[in-house]
Write a protein that binds this ligand. Structure first.
Ligand code: DGL
Length: 267
C-alpha cells in the first residue's frame, strides 16, 4: 500500500480529462496535477522546447513526492517522453503506448486513423509505434489544430464543432479507417460528435482511458495502491491562474475547483 499521490502533468488543462478518468477508476488515489497554463499550447512548439518544459514539469512533480507520473499531454508524450523517463526517479506513463496497444489488440491488420496536435502528428510517434506492432497496419495521421481552441471556448456541441469535425474527419472516412485514436487530451470532450460524424463502425480509442488502465494494472501489480480507507487529497497547480482557466478546468474535470487551484512557477 502506498499513500503517496499520483502525479499528472499536461501543457494546460486538457489533462484534467485524464484526471477525471483516473478518479473514476481509482477513487482512493490522491492526485497532484500540474497544468502549464503559462506556456500552453505545446502542440505548436519545437521538440527542444517541449522537452525543456516537460523536464521542468516532472521536476516539480517529483518535489511533490509522487509515487509515479502520468504524462497526460500527447504532445509531451510524443516529443519528450524519452527525456522524461531518463530524468524521472519514479515510473512514468506516456499516453501513446497504451493507446497503440488498444488499437492493435488482436493483431489483425487494421486501418487506423490518428488525430492530434501538429507536434504530436509531426513526431510520427503513433505511426512508428503502431507499425512496430504490425507493419501491415495502415495508419493515417491528421492534425486538427482548430479543435483545441474551440473546445477551450466551450464549443462541445452545435454547428461550429460539427462543421470542424467534418472538415477534418471526412478525409479519414474516405480512407475507410476502422479505428480512430483520439491523440490529444482535449478530444474526449467532443467524442460524441466525433462518433456520430465518423460512423458507428469505427472504434474510438481514448488515450486517457487507456493510460488509466495501465496505471491501475501497475499499481495493483506493485502493491502500490492507496490503502482502502485512504481519504484522497488532490492538489491542482497551474503556472498561470485566471478566472477563465478555473472555468475551463471545471469543464474538463466536471467538478468545482474554486480555491483549490494554486499558481506555481516551475522554471
Ligand atoms: N495537451 C496537448 C496534447 O494533448 C493539447 C494542447 C496543447 O497543444 O498544448 O497534445
Amino acid at each position: 500500500m502506498d499513500k503517496r499521490p499520483v502525479g499528472v502533468f499536461d501543457s494546460g488543462l486538457g489533462g484534467l480529462t485524464v484526471v477525471k478518468e483516473i478518479k473514476r477508476v481509482l477513487p482512493g488515489e490522491s492526485i497532484v496535477y500540474l497544468g502549464d497554463t503559462a506556456r500552453v499550447p505545446y502542440g505548436t512548439r519545437s521538440k527542444k522546447t517541449v522537452e525543456e518544459f516537460s523536464l521542468q514539469n516532472i521536476n516539480f512533480l517529483l518535489r511533490k513526492k509522487v509515487k509515479c507520473v502520468v504524462v497526460a499531454c500527447n504532445t509531451a508524450s510524443a516529443q519528450a517522453y524519452r527525456k522524461i523517463r531518463k530524468k524521472s526517479s519514479v515510473t512514468t506513463f506516456d499516453v501513446i503506448v497504451p493507446a497503440v496497444k488498444a488499437a492493435t489488440k488482436n493483431g489483425q491488420p487494421k486501418v487506423i486513423g490518428v488525430i492530434g496536435t501538429r507536434g504530436t502528428i509531426k513526431s510520427g510517434a503513433y505511426k512508428r509505434k503502431i507499425q512496430k506492432v504490425g507493419p501491415n497496419f495502415k495508419v493515417f495521421e491528421l492534425t486538427c489544430p482548430l479543435f483545441v481552441p474551440l473546445i477551450e471556448e466551450g464549443e462541445l456541441r452545435g454547428e461550429l464543432i460539427r462543421l470542424c469535425v467534418d472538415k477534418y474527419l471526412i478525409p479519414l472516412r474516405k480512407k475507410k479507417i476502422d479505428t480512430l485514436i483520439l491523440g490529444c487530451t482535449h478530444y474526449p470532450l467532443i467524442k460524441t460528435v466525433i462518433e456520430k460524424r465518423i460512423g458507428p463502425k469505427v472504434k474510438i480509442i481514448d488515450s486517457g482511458k487507456e493510460v488509466t488502465k495501465e496505471l491501475f494494472a501497475y499499481l495493483t501489480k506493485k502493491q502500490m495502491l492507496a490503502p482502502e480507507n485512504n481519504k484522497p487529497r488532490d492538489e491542482y497547480f497551474v503556472t498561470d491562474l485566471t478566472q477563465r482557466f478555473i472555468k475551463v478546468a471545471e469543464m474538463f474535470l466536471g467538478e468545482s475547483l474554486k480555491r483549490k487551484i494554486k499558481e506555481v512557477s516551475v522554471n
